[in-house]
Design a protein around this ligand. Structure first.
Ligand code: HEC
Length: 147
């Protein structure tokens, strides 16, 4: 290689490395611009979903022979937790937000138990169901008008 050519190659390599580093650093440093969160569904529809998920959860927790039981409990309880996580944003008062958070946290506890698979504690999972149900009722007693 001629001297001139090797200098050009060296300069280009340095430039390429610098460009690569610059891209990596800037993409790591630039956060995705997250919009502030706003639920898009009506409270009634969100609740219809919570109702469906909760009924399936009850079925699969109480049926020890259910297919893919632990995976189903894990997924359903996390979906319920997320719905309730969203429901916090429908709160106009602190007690409403508090019950939504309680429901979320209890559903996450249930999911955590289900993740143990065959060694999951059945009594603990059934107890979680009862706690969840009583949290539904606490909020409904105050905020669900048609009950
Ligand atoms: C933090 C408050 C809150 C919690 C917790 C809550 N709900 Fe509700 N729920 C509501 C409100 C408010 C309504 C009335 C919504 C409406 O009709 O606009 C409602 C209504 C409902 C409805 C009727 C929906 C319809 O068709 O109009 C169902 C079903 C329901 N909830 C299921 C549940 C279940 C199951 C749980 C517990 C796993 C639960 N909810 C927990 C606030 C709550």
């Amino acid at each position: 290689m001629k001297r001139g050519t090797s200098i050009v190659v060296a300069v280009l390599s340095v430039a390429a490395v610098a460009a690569f580093c610059f891209t990596t650093v800037t993409s790591a440093d630039t956060p995705v611009s997250q919009p502030s969160f706003k639920p898009v569904s009506s409270v009634g529809a969100l609740m219809g979903g919570q109702g469906m998920v909760f009924r399936r959860l009850q079925k699969v927790v109480t049926d020890r022979k259910a297919e893919h039981r632990y995976e189903s409990i894990e997924v359903l309880s996390e979906v319920l937790a997320e719905l309730s996580n969203v429901n916090q944003y429908n709160a106009k008062k602190d007690d409403y937000a508090g019950w939504a958070r309680e429901l979320r946290d209890e559903a996450l506890a249930l999911s955590k138990e289900a993740k143990k698979g065959g060694s999951a504690d059945d009594r603990a999972m059934r107890k979680s169901l009862r706690t969840l149900k009583s949290t539904c009722n606490s909020c409904h007693d105050v905020y669900r008008k048609d009950d």
